[in-house]
Design a protein around this ligand. Sequence first.
Ligand code: PMV
Length: 309
Amino acid sequence: MIETSASGKIILFGEHAVVYGIPAIAVPVSSLRAYVKCSPSDKPFSITAVDLGNQVIEISQDNLKSDSPLHKSIDLILDYFNQKPPNVQITIKSNIPIASGLGSGAAVSAALGKALAEVLNKSIELEDLNRLVFEVEKIHHGTPSGIDNTVVVYERPVYYIKGEKLEYLDIVNPFHLVVADTGKTALTHEAVGDVRKLYEKNPDNIKRIFDQIGIIVNQAMTCMNTGESQQLGKLMTENHKHLQALTVSSVELNRLVAAALDAGALGAKLSGGGRGGNMIALAEESTLKEIKEALKQAGAKNVFDTLVK
Ligand code: PMV
């Protein structure tokens, strides 16, 4: 039996603007993972998706070209190794909430890629795996920047600029993030598409917002290098305001951001595609409990904290 996994991710700064070449910062969340198990079998290749009600998906040479993300992941990896579907039964299980900005799709593809490489007794460089997962991300996102697959595949904090050499990030002072789910799923490609329309209608104004987000991202990078958490928090809240101006926040996200700030968070913002999904709040150890409680009171469906290091 072969078992692999890949982590979820949180975008700390720069979502949406990153699609237009502005830098962004994202970190992996090692406690949120997609797990893939492969067992040899004499039955045809199939995948059981535990989190989709134990749905069984048959995979054969004939349906590999279907454009579902699972088929695409498998097709790309088999094609990469020039192999036919092997006789295995795959089980996918994940504790990463789906469609809520935490990288569940990228994590499933990355874990599948690693598992199939092992089944075929081959190895794959992370750079190549990243390229394949990026291809699958296009099904989820339309025109992804590539940040999600990159942070998930390398499983390290990154300072990411589309098309440029990857920079890893050193976090000098680990910090606590509270992550709260609005309970609403939202399609990233719709939010990305709406920002595109805004940009086409009013390029100068929207570009100005992107540039301001870029300044925030670079200042945040400095704060992370020096451990200035008060300032880091302020930058998060500022970034959220720009995301509101891009119309990708929502009533629920704004309510959670306000609740976190009222409860003493150093900063708060939506994270990822927006319109639903998750928000994040920067918390000191002493206020962690209070912030989590306030977020639940404000209607968050799921709240957890993670130490970013
Ligand atoms: O919704 P998520 O977490 O998958 O994040 C998407 C991030 C965007 O910047 C909105 C899009 C992208 O491709 O970078």
